[in-house]
Each structure stands twice: as C-alpha cells, then as structure tokens.
Design a protein around this ligand. Sequence first.
Ligand code: PFF
Length: 455
Amino acid sequence: MSISAPKPRDAFASTLGAFAATLGSAIGLGNIWKFPYLTGSHGGAAFVLVYLLAIAFVGIPILVVELTIGRKMRLNAVHAYGTVVPGQKIWAGVGMAGVAAAFLIMAFYTDVAGWVFAYVFKSFGAFLGGRTLDGATFGALAGGSWEPLLWQIGVLVLTTAIIATGVSKGIEKVTKTLMPLLFVLLIVCDIRALTLPGAGAGVTYLFRPDLSKLSASIVLYALGLAFFKLSLGMGTMTTYGSYLPDSTRIVPNATRVALADTAVSLLAGLAIFPAVFAFAGKPAGGPGLLFNTIPLIFSKMPMGGLFTTVFFVLTAIATIGAMVSLIEVPVAWIIEKGHVTRPGAAILTGVLMFALGIPATLSQNPLLANVKIFGKNFFDLFDFISSNVLLPVGGLAIAIIGGWFLTRKGFAAEMNKGYAEEPWHGRLVYGIIKYVTPVLILLILLSSLGVLKLG
Ligand code: PFF
C-alpha cells in the first residue's frame, strides 16, 4: 500500500500486478516488429550483440532510476522531474521532452498497430478463402490512404477508451492471460521456422556476429532500440514507478522485466530469420518484414492460416499495453496539472496524437512518399527523432540526475526498499548508473552526430 502518496492516486495493487503492467508496457511492437526489422537492416548478430550490451549497461540501470524516482515522487513525469532535485525546476524539461516523445512515438506506433489489427481480419479472410497473404497485400495496406487511417483511428479510439476509464482490471487480466499465450505461440513459430530446410543460416545470422559490420550508426540504432524496448528515457517508467507498491524490490523487478522482454525479442527473431533465409527472402525487408514473413511461415503448416490470425491477434493485444503506457505519460501530467478530468485528458491527447499520426501513416502513400526531411519520410523521421534522439538524451539526463544530483543515501534508500541492508546488486547498479551508463550514452551520441546527415 502506498501510504506515502500525498493524495489518493491510482496504484498497482501488488508486485505481480506492477510487474505485469511494466512488462505490458515493454512488450509490444518493439519485440515482434522493430527488433527483427532493425536487426535485419543492420547486419544481424553484430546488431544483436550491441543491443544486448545496451540493455545490460544502459537499459536496466535507467529502468531502475526511473522506477526509483517515480516511486519516490509519486507524481507524473513532468512534475516528478521538476521537483526531484530541490531548487532545480529545470529538470521538468526531461518530463516535457518525454511528453513530446510520447506524441511522436504514438504517431507511427498507432500506424503499425493499425496494420496489425488489419492483418487480424485480412489473415482470417485469407484463411476462410484458402489463400495466403503475400507482399502485395502489405504494400496495398501501408501505401493506402483511407484504409490505414481508419485502422489508426480505430486503434486510437480503443486505447483512448481504455485510458479514459482507467486501466481496468479487465484489460490487466486479459493481458496477463494472453501474454503467456504469446510466448507459447512464438515458440510454436520458432519450432516451425527452425525445422524448415535451410533454417540454420537464419540462426547464424542472428547469433554469429560479424564485428566488421559495427558502425556508429549500428550502435546508435541499438541504443535507441534499448530505450524504445524498455519504454525508457521519456518518463513512462517514471509514471509507472509512481504507482509501484513500497514492497516491490526495484532492482530484481527491473532485471526480470528486461530479461523477459529480451527473451520475447529473441524468440521473435528466431521465428523470423530462419524463415526469411529458408524462403530466400531479404533480411533487410524494413518495416514490412513481419507482415511479409509471418503469413509465409505459417502457410507451411496445417491450419497455418488460422495460426497467422491468432498470431496477429496476440500481437495486437501486445500493442495495447504499450500504447496505454504511452498515452498515460501526457494524460497523467494533464490530470495532475488540474482542471481536466481523466476522460477529457484522454480524448484531448488521442485527438492530438491522431493529428500527428496522419503524416506518418500517409508517408508511404504517393501523396507524401516524396516528402523527405533529412532524407527521411515522416514515419522514419518521427521514429528516428524519438528513439535515437529524445529517448537517449532523456535517458542521459535521467542517469545524471540519479547518479549525480540526488544524494546517494536518499536514492539508495528508495531503490533498496524491502531490504534490511544494502544488497550487493544495489551497490553494483548504483555504480553503473553513476559511472558507466551516462558515459556510454554520451559517447554513442557524440560518435553518431553525423548519422542524421548521412541518412
Ligand atoms: N516498449 C514498447 C515496445 O517495445 O513496443 C514501445 C514503447 C512503449 C516505447 C512505451 C516507449 C514507451 F513509453
């Protein structure tokens, strides 16, 4: 029970509930769509290796800082960072940048989530009609106009409705039961993909790094993915930390979330790459990789069409927990700023997110396909600015606040709540937060300053 809350606020009822919600925010399109396609366009295992290092030395430590600051302040991200260092309101900028990132991410996230929801129906239709979905289906959907926009509106209405009513126990329950199902289905996919003739090449591609492929750009994208994956650098986990029970042990909890999340990404990679290689496809298929390969893999097994539908249903469900947490960042801020009810804040946020989503969704439509800023269309630009700029810069500030601007005693007391004395992992993580994480982020950001120009 959060007795320390200054006024009655929503809170997670138990450590298990908090774990499920945190994991629900982390698991989403990042695992099943983004991790595979970024790995595919950045040379495979070398990218995976850097990504794993980024999770260990940047992701877990920042998750710990965010949950710790959130629980200590019991406020939305903007107010939490604006008041966490006494007399230094300037850090509220971290929360504001987080709100901006939430809008940019939702603009393209809801576009892709819309494709996933559309694929639920398209794959079911194909199953009933005895057809297999091919690349043309995806091209027509992503390059369309009204169709992807309507799916995007649908997705936004759904998420806004959930947020408006509060994150109901129903959804928590549904997500909790369906997450294990997602695991099981991924494993079914893995077995199917790994037993295809020629699958070995895909496993090698995913796990045997060719270090000559490493570049500043790969390292930047891997870092950006680590932030995106664990919902870091923008106050989402700070907001969730503010709902965390005092009894939750933060370091073990954060580590478990990171491990489970990474496992889902690797399982998705193991389902996709062996199949890509077995069917002589291109690993660098870009954002369409998932939509083009999953129906193909499943078409090779009995009732494959039905499995494809179930797979997209589960992916669709996984997107909901992530989107809910994305919308919650601005909504919690608007509500706690005062004068606006939760439904009002949710609707306002949803409408603004849709407005920003239009250019992202139409970026593959002939109308906007040729509009490029820094060599990127709106979809890629929003993704790049949020994942590779705003989240790492926000994360850098968060690590510096945790390691250098808060007293070690105060920070450690909150982080290690639940232990009689400071545990070894608390000391270890604190050292990493202070000396390793900020240096790594800074080096990566500096070394990749040219990436945007190079496109
Ligand atoms: N972690 C989510 C995913 O990997 O799909 C995406 C995400 C959710 C990013 C929430 C940022 C965020 F605040």
